[in-house]
Design a binder for this molecule. Structure first.
Ligand code: SF4
Ligand code: SF4
Length: 724
């Protein structure tokens, strides 16, 4: 098990190698374009909904389908062995190899064989294994494990590969792609002919035929399956599909999502021990459980077995792009890797990587199997917290302080006064103040070396509300304002702006004072108990307020009320109906302005146009599907939007992630975002999330004092002033 210290070291080492992160970013950008082109004209949402349904049916009928597969495979001449774990699977092959006097196994790419540490197990018995997938062969020579499920050697550069090939062959191989590939082709071809056994994985186990399907790009799987006299298939039981129609539907998604290809170079269907060149063959199918049945039985996590192993969740993940798969994963990497590691290798092995996820939901947006990876990771984080605790700081902050609203808010008021010696005037913002340097006891975290921190507002929104005049007679709607901690204590001016904008559209704002923090910092740290307590406090406050809608200006709060309150209170009979009622009338302020009030038709443009670039907050775009609305509102109020590259890539905030658990990873993610903002040449960056504002104001402000970051609602309120 990686200890906290060794894990921290591995993060530091990865960050100290910017070459790796740069290469992963370049790949990630090219991947997004290729994927977009590959899906052009297709309905990705409909396709992935269908795939999820196919996989869910397999889960429900798995015992029946497994029996059908075995019956049909055996009828076609295959031998089928069910291994309860990877050791049993390896032992089966060892016995088979020994019985045949086999000395060499040629392998095509198989993640389950990585999971089984197959090569090591064979070599311990004197049986040589030769990887034949180029990437797998490279890492076999390097003595490493894959850092990506589809591109196992993506972390290596051609110079390193040339060095490995030169060492292995005893002659100098030039570090250019063609000579490297030529060498591998020549060198590996011999292995297929010399091998006694060929081992492949399987993308599909087709129940109604008893055959298998392989989706590959290099053709090596075909050679492994056909040239040696014995073909062993290593596959997880979750690779079952009902029939060929379902398998073909999956092949329409898999290559598009994995590499942006319309189709891979080879799709191979093999049924039974097919004679080759008139020679009889044997086919052994080893079906491995290895934790899959337990995963199927876990209500909270079972959807993970819908996975078709396309690797896309890594391609788009900002954490993976920063530290790579050797840090952010085990055998399996990134989002799906966290979940599979917990079930296949044990929760202790997944402990650190579960916390390393920043919660941006980029993986959820691209997953072709419609798995809510982030939600499952949150569940696992909760399990990790139950097992290993949360740390003293969070324990005190969540359990002793946040739950007690009175204490929490008076401590914030006190902190606002005590911070005076370390705050300075914010040059971006005429009224605001920032923390430039922290006292020495905080300095080991180096909080302020790369970003300014916002100071706590001298007067919170809740302390100002009663004094804010509202100019509405006979309001069209009465809306409850769920302020969230960021706007309440750091940026109360955004709340004031919201009142201005809503009043101008004849909407009255109600502020239930007994609302508390949405609980996400506690929930995302794995403290469900505090999360539930806080949810109840706010559900009670807004139920009593009896308003038409509930508006948030923080997308994380929106997600909390819409999703998490409902989930967390589902088993609390006196609360569940109230939580559901609140969820149904909660929305982000931009969505309300545009979709309910039709504000972009009513707003007047400013006297002179202002250029802005827009940063999509992760939870707004991917949690609430709101991204067109703020752009429509900004445009209608006279802002000219210059789109930045990857506007929906995470800014690196992640709540306590950027302060307590992973500030080094946050720093790198934020650095990328700041560079993309600077590239636009625009001096105002708009966003709809106070959390993103903390990160962007702080880091952009440090990098370039002339760039301002503001909430969309603030810009709308300013536009109102400028049209009078
Ligand atoms: S939620 Fe974001 S950080 Fe977490 S695994 Fe998914 S893509 Fe990576
Ligand atoms: S979880 Fe989804 S995105 Fe990740 S590898 Fe599996 S299918 Fe692909």
């Amino acid at each position: 098990m990686a200890t906290n210290e060794t894990y921290k070291k591995s993060v530091e080492t990865a960050i100290a190698n910017p070459k790796l992160s740069k290469a992963l970013h370049l790949f990630g950008d090219a991947y997004l374009t290729a994927r977009e082109n590959a899906y052009r004209g297709l309905d990705f949402e409909a396709m992935r909904t269908e795939l999820a349904a196919i996989k869910d049916e397999v889960r429900v009928r798995r015992k029946e389908l497994l029996a059908e597969f075995i019956k049909n495979a055996e009828a076609a001449g295959s031998k089928v062995f069910i291994a309860k774990d990877t050791k049993e699977a390896n032992d089966y092959v060892i016995n088979l190899a020994k019985g045949k006097g086999a000395k060499l196994i040629a392998k095509s790419k198989s993640m389950v064989s990585e999971e089984a540490h197959f090569n090591k197990a064979m070599e311990a018995q004197g049986i040589r294994t030769s990887e034949t997938d180029l990437g797998e062969w490279i890492i076999q020579l390097a003595g490493q494990r894959p850092s990506h499920m589809v591109m196992p050697a993506i972390h290596m550069f051609k110079e390193e590969v040339a060095e490995l090939f030169s060492k292995e062959s005893g002659k100098r191989i030039s570090p250019e792609i063609k000579p490297l590939v030529d060498h591998a082709r020549l060198r590996l071809r011999k292995e297929y002919f010399d091998a006694d056994i060929g081992l492949t994985g399987a993308n599909f186990l087709v129940a109604d035929t008893g055959g298998i399907g392989l989706v590959t790009n290099e053709g090596n799987a075909r050679l492994c399956a056909t040239l040696p006299k014995v073909h062993v298939v290593f596959a997880g039981i979750h690779k079952l599909v009902r029939n060929m129609e379902d398998a073909i539907k999956i092949t329409r998604l898999l290559p598009r999502n994995a590499t942006g290809q319309l189709l891979t170079s080879y799709i191979t269907w093999i049924r039974g021990a097919v004679p080759v060149d008139g020679e009889q063959k044997e086919q052994h199918i080893v079906l491995i459980d290895g934790g899959r049945e337990a995963l199927y039985e876990s209500k909270a996590c079972q959807n993970a077995l819908r996975c078709i192993q396309c690797g896309a969740c890594a391609n788009v993940c900002p954490v993976y792009q920063t530290v790579g798969g050797h840090v952010f994963g085990s055998i399996y990497i990134s989002a799906i890797g966290i979940i599979l590691t917990a079930f296949y290798e044990g929760l202790d092995k997944a402990k650190e990587i579960t916390r390393a996820c920043i919660g941006c939901r980029a993986c959820v947006a691209v997953c072709p199997s419609k798995i809510d990876l982030e939600e499952i990771i949150l569940h696992l984080r909760n399990e990790v917290t139950k097992e290993y605790g949360m740390g003293v700081v969070k324990n005190v902050a969540f359990k002793a302080v946040m739950k007690n609203r009175g204490l929490f808010h008076s401590l914030v008021r006190t902190a606002s006064k005590l911070q005076a010696p370390v705050t300075h005037k914010d040059r971006q913002d005429s009224g605001g103040r920032i923390i430039r340097h922290l006292p020495l006891h905080f300095m080991d975290r180096d909080f302020t070396e790369w970003r300014d921190l916002p100071s706590i507002a001298s007067k919170s929104f809740r302390d100002q509300f009663d004094t804010i005049p509202q100019h509405v007679t006979d309001p069209r709607y009465r809306v409850g304002f769920f302020v969230g901690c960021g706007a309440d204590f750091v940026y109360p001016e955004v709340g004031v702006s919201l009142i201005k904008v809503l009043n101008s559209l004849n909407v009255e704002v109600i502020f239930p004072k007994t609302q508390n923090c949405c609980g996400i910092p506690a929930l995302y740290s794995g403290d469900t108990e505090t999360g539930i307590d806080l949810a109840k406090q706010s559900v009670q406050a807004f139920t009593e307020a009896d308003v038409d809608y509930i508006l948030c200006i923080c997308p994380t709060c929106t997600m909390a009320v819409k999703r998490d309150f409902v989930d967390r209170l589902a088993d609390h009979p006196q609360w569940s109906a109230k939580a559901m009622a609140l969820s149904n009338k909660t929305m982000d302020a931009s969505a309300f302005l545009e979709n309910i009030l039709g504000a972009s038709e009513k707003l007047k443009p400013m006297d002179s146009e202002k250029a802005v670039t827009y940063h999509d907050s992760c939870h707004l775009k991917r949690g609430s599907n709101v991204w067109q609305e703020p752009r429509a509102l900004l445009a209608a109020s006279g802002h000219q939007i210059e789109e930045m590259k990857n506007s929906d890539r995470c800014c690196g905030f992640g709540g306590t992630y950027s302060f307590l658990s992973h500030p080094q990873i946050s720093k790198q993610i934020t650095k990328d975002k700041v560079e993309t903002i600077q590239t636009t040449g625009v001096k105002t960056v708009a966003t709809d999330c106070p959390g993103c504002m903390i990160m962007l104001k702080g880091a952009v402000g440090k990098a370039d004092k002339t760039i301002r970051c503001a909430h969309t609602i603030e810009l709308l309120a300013e536009a109102l002033e400028n049209t009078k």
